[in-house]
Design a protein around this ligand. Structure first.
Ligand SMILES: Cc1cc2nc3c(=O)[nH]c(=O)nc-3n(C[C@H](O)[C@H](O)[C@H](O)COP(=O)(O)O)c2cc1C
Ligand code: SF4
Length: 419
């Protein structure tokens, strides 16, 4: 079942005329004639959950925007995509930009938004060029600007490029960044739906979340809810990297067994090696050992029950040759570098954990260092402004818990020699 990638490999999909010839923009045109509440109800009925990582139900989030208020409501497409292992939005932005734009237009109509912003990762230079061209084409076609689709509705879209900070993917840091401030997360509440961009109600949605909307409006929310599992409806883009024969981005129905996915879609583990572990949802989620994957399904509930998360769907597959202490230290290097520096536990703790892990990799770490990693982690988790702190702790503790023998082996012990 394909919803997002049906046309992705077809030629010239990013051209508006080709997109339209394949049925594009019909859902947005339909949405213009629907009351906003009807669109929100369809999205609620679909069970669509946010694809940016947390998996929060999209229709319910939209419902948090206060009714009958004088302030404008803003909509932001979160295209920052910087989580290690995650590269699925890149595919949509580069190959099917009008699908993303059409989703954005539908969401804007549902939320009575007249200015939407696409916040795109700074490094996605090609994606930004493709999207800017798509926006221009949409303006020329009358799908953006005044009286779009010959209705009375007006919608402007601005493309805003990031400047290379992972934390700007966090929704409130992203809003600060758009406002020209330091890209640092804000304390919540208030949540952006109530007080976001310039203090106005703002909905932030991931690219993939929005790209599902044209299908939902065309086929109905209830049809979407029949795909996937009862609580994880629809399909999900999974970006796969690591030791598989065929890495890439795959669209799968939620509930697909993880091992079948690796075997059938990714053509198994590369070079005839054995599977050791999988990080299923981007670098911020707990690692799972191969034996934990038996009968495990790719959906929100199953992965949570297994002690990990579906997250952004950035799957990193590791084979038997991989040094798990090295992987752990490598991830810590990323988190230490990307902390925004606002909270002491995250700013100081991240570097500390990285240093200790690096000592273990180098063979100079002691048992005390290993214990200290866990103690520092307990001083970070749940004690920070944004979930970044937990995102650095969760994988670290999972590596130590799941692969204790590898950490044990690295511990420096003073050897005594008997003459
Ligand atoms: C450190 C951090 C980084 C994040 N990076 C991204 C990102 O690159 N893209 C994204 O869509 N969401 C990211 N998120 C989640 C957003 O804060 C937000 O929940 C999401 O954009 C909401 O969209 P959704 O409801 O459609 O998932 C990040 C969260 C955190 C804590
Ligand atoms: S947890 Fe880290 S990234 Fe998040 S606000 Fe605090 S210092 Fe910044």
């Amino acid at each position: 079942m394909k919803i997002l990638t049906t046309n992705i490999k077809l030629s010239n999909q990013s051209d508006i005329h080709i997109y339209e010839s394949r049925g594009g923009y019909k859902s947005a045109a339909k949405a213009m004639n629907l009351p906003a509440e009807t669109i929100v109800e369809e999205v609620k009925a679909s069970g669509l959950r946010g694809r940016g990582g947390a998996g929060f139900p999209t229709g319910i989030k939209w419902g948090f925007v206060p009714k009958n208020q004088d302030l404008p409501t803003y909509l932001v497409m979160n295209a920052d995509e910087s989580e290690p292992g995650t590269f699925k939005d890149k595919l949509l932005l580069e190959q099917d930009p009008h699908l993303c734009l059409e989703g954005l237009i539908i969401a804007a109509k549902a939320l009575n938004v007249h200015l939407a912003i696409i916040y795109i990762r700074g490094e996605y230079a090609y994606g930004a060029t493709v999207m800017q061209k798509a926006i221009k084409q949409a303006y020329l076609a009358g799908y953006l600007g005044e009286k779009i689709f010959k209705s009375k509705y007006a919608l402007d879209v601005i493309l805003h490029r990031g400047a290379g900070a992972y934390i700007c993917g966090e929704e409130t840091a992203l809003l600060n960044s758009i406002e020209g401030k330091r890209g640092q997360p804000r304390l919540k509440p208030p949540f952006p739906a109530v007080s976001g961009l310039y203090g106005c109600p703002t909905i932030i949605n991931n690219v993939e979340t929005l790209a599902n909307l044209p299908w939902i409006i065309e086929h109905s929310g209830s049809s979407y809810a029949k795909i996937g599992t009862a609580k994880s409806t629809g399909t999900k883009l999974i970006s796969v990297s690591g030791n598989v024969s065929q890495p890439g981005v795959y669209e799968v129905e939620l509930g697909y067994p993880v091992l079948d996915f690796i075997q059938n879609e990714c053509r198994g583990i590369a070079n005839g090696k054995k599977l050791k572990a999988v990080i299923p949802g981007g670098s911020s989620v707990a690692v799972l050992r191969a034996d934990e994957l038996n009968n495990l399904k790719l959906d929100y509930e199953s992965l949570l029950a297994a002690g990990s998360m579906l997250g952004s769907g950035g799957m990193i597959v590791l084979d038997e040759t991989i040094d798990m202490v090295e992987v752990c230290a490598n991830l810590q290097n990323f988190y230490a570098y990307e902390s925004c520096g606002q909270c002491t536990p995250c700013r100081e703790g991240g570097h500390w954990v990285e240093k200790l892990c690096r000592k273990l990799v180098n063979g100079t770490g002691t048992r005390k260092d290993l214990d200290l990693v866990q103690s520092v982690c307990s001083g970070i988790a749940g004690k920070t402004i944004c979930p970044f702190g937990d995102a650095l702790v969760s994988p670290t503790l999972s590596f130590i818990k799941k692969f204790p023998e590898e950490f044990e082996k690295k511990i420096f012990r003073i050897k005594t020699y008997v003459r």
